[in-house]
Write a protein that binds this ligand. Sequence first.
Ligand SMILES: Nc1nc2c(ncn2[C@@H]2O[C@H](COP(=O)(O)OP(=O)(O)OP(=O)(O)O)[C@@H](O)[C@H]2O)c(=O)[nH]1
Ligand SMILES: [Mg+2]
Length: 228
Amino acid sequence: MESTTKTVVMEGILDANDALAQANRDKFDQAGTYVINMMSSPGAGKTTILERTLEALGGKLRMGVVEGDVQTSLDADRLARFGVPTVQINTGSEWGGGCHLDANMVRCGLPSLPLQEIDLLFIENVGNLVCPAGFRLGEDTRVMVASVTEGEDKPLKYPFMFRSAELVLVNKADLLTHLDFDLALFLRNLDAVNPGAPRILLSARTGQGIQEWYSWLMTRREAVAQSV
Ligand SMILES: Nc1nc2c(ncn2[C@@H]2O[C@H](COP(=O)(O)OP(=O)(O)OP(=O)(O)O)[C@@H](O)[C@H]2O)c(=O)[nH]1
Ligand SMILES: [Mg+2]
């Protein structure tokens, strides 16, 4: 009985979130802004990848960032030097400690961003392999960062996030020679939960694979620009 009540309450929360996510999506579409929800476990390299991306593509695309963290503006501070519009959302102090962003939090952050002047908006979700996957934010696509230090078993243990990603960035490839991480096994596990999921082996440290990531971004953005 109790678990039935919990299920109904959770469905209600997700339905309400979906409605707000759709409203966010409408705003993004009106502005012609392509939105990427970046998700990963804590420390997989989301902000480091964003640092490289903002630096490399700054002259080609107008970008913006929604930074989600439980506490602090440390990540937004790291990105400040690139001069792109950024809004920080602290799920802890402002929203009671959430382990993920939800559509309402993003909705409340949007007035701080000049959407009409942003072609590509990155939403860096709170580092967590579980909850972010359950909450749509109004994004066009989801990119997941999985680093090689996390173990080959993660797709099997956290299938929802791996399944919901349209692209998996396998980061920290520069560390492979120092680890006993079995890349082939990891990719088999990824295929078991998300068959054929596009993936890029990347090192935000050395730049390995980074051009492929930029090409993926440019292709996505161009496809949207042509359809508007
Ligand atoms: N060796 C190596 N270290 C990396 C790489 N990418 C990121 N790091 C390091 O990993 C640590 C975490 O990187 P972040 O970019 O802060 O990770 P994050 O996913 O944004 O972390 P949260 O926002 O806390 O979830 C930092 O010390 C980075 O320098 C990489 O490709 N190789
Ligand atoms: Mg970060």
